[in-house]
Design a protein around this ligand. Sequence first.
Ligand SMILES: Cc1cc2nc3c(=O)[nH]c(=O)nc-3n(C[C@H](O)[C@H](O)[C@H](O)COP(=O)(O)OP(=O)(O)OC[C@H]3O[C@@H](n4cnc5c(N)ncnc54)[C@H](O)[C@@H]3O)c2cc1C
Length: 303
Amino acid sequence: MYDILIVGGGTAGLTAALYARRAGRSVLVLEGGGFGGQITASPLVENYPGIPSISGMAFADALTGQALDLGADAELERVAAARRTGDGFVLTAGGRSFSGRALVLATGAKHRKLGLSGEERLVGNGVSYCAACDGAFFAGEDVAVAGGGDSALQAALFLSKRCGRVYLVHRREEFRGEPCHVAALKKRENITLCLSRQVTALEGADSLTGVELTAAGGVRERLPVTGLFVAVGQEPDNRVFAELAELDAAGYVRAGEDCRTSTPGVFAAGDCRTKELRQLTTAAADGAQAAAAACGWLDQAGL
Ligand SMILES: Cc1cc2nc3c(=O)[nH]c(=O)nc-3n(C[C@H](O)[C@H](O)[C@H](O)COP(=O)(O)OP(=O)(O)OC[C@H]3O[C@@H](n4cnc5c(N)ncnc54)[C@H](O)[C@@H]3O)c2cc1C
């Protein structure tokens, strides 16, 4: 019986593990993909305070090592089922069961992809899912943003302050984002709206050299851009935990800045919870907060 079970070995889960270990609690981290989480896909991180520049893999390795060195146990298994018991929680992963008194959900989220040929190969070499993370790498260059919701509008506005021309490509005539964002981007001279069009192909062997757009009527055109920011939403996957913690309409775990969920003893940290900004800093902050809240909850229960 562990004091704290943590689902997800990304920045939030590993930070929770190191805070819980430093508080003297026994911890098991269950990770279904690879330790480090999403950031391992990023070649360069330049916005983590105190670390001017580091690869996502090096960041993930350092954080994983730090949590393990502090004595966190870890299993490379995906949690397939979760239930509450009389004295805590039981997780099923890889055909085994793991018990703990408190539970931290740190399952992250995945950026939706366009599903185009070459998309995965060009991540970090022109294709990005995060303007706040990668926008600075495209200073002065022409880029495209794909999407029509608030995240796409905000990405276009953010990039227009740094890049040359920003093409905002949206498959409909109307945006789904907030009217104030739509009004703001119509005023930016270096934003070109490409409405009723979709990105249908990516060009470039080693790095992006352009994108193909196809209009609703089938007419094709080429945009000579070196960056494509895909902002068509994120997908959390918390269905396994839906009986344990309330989810919002989009599937994120409902929890505030205190990381407490609707169930006592269950906490949510990082990209998997309802929040505005999904970044390493906010994931790390949540991990610390969730661990502190879980330790406090165990203390109060006399466990
Ligand atoms: C390409 C890319 C570049 C980025 N660049 C930056 C950047 O430069 N700066 C920045 O601040 N942010 C950046 N981000 C965002 C940042 O990576 C995330 O905000 C951060 O990783 C969130 O951490 P997390 O721990 O909440 O989630 P994640 O990193 O997504 O980790 C969650 C983990 O949980 C695991 N998991 C999920 N379900 C289960 C289950 N049922 N059982 C077991 N394990 C499970 C997943 O496998 C995953 O490893 C980038 C993201 C991407 C994709």
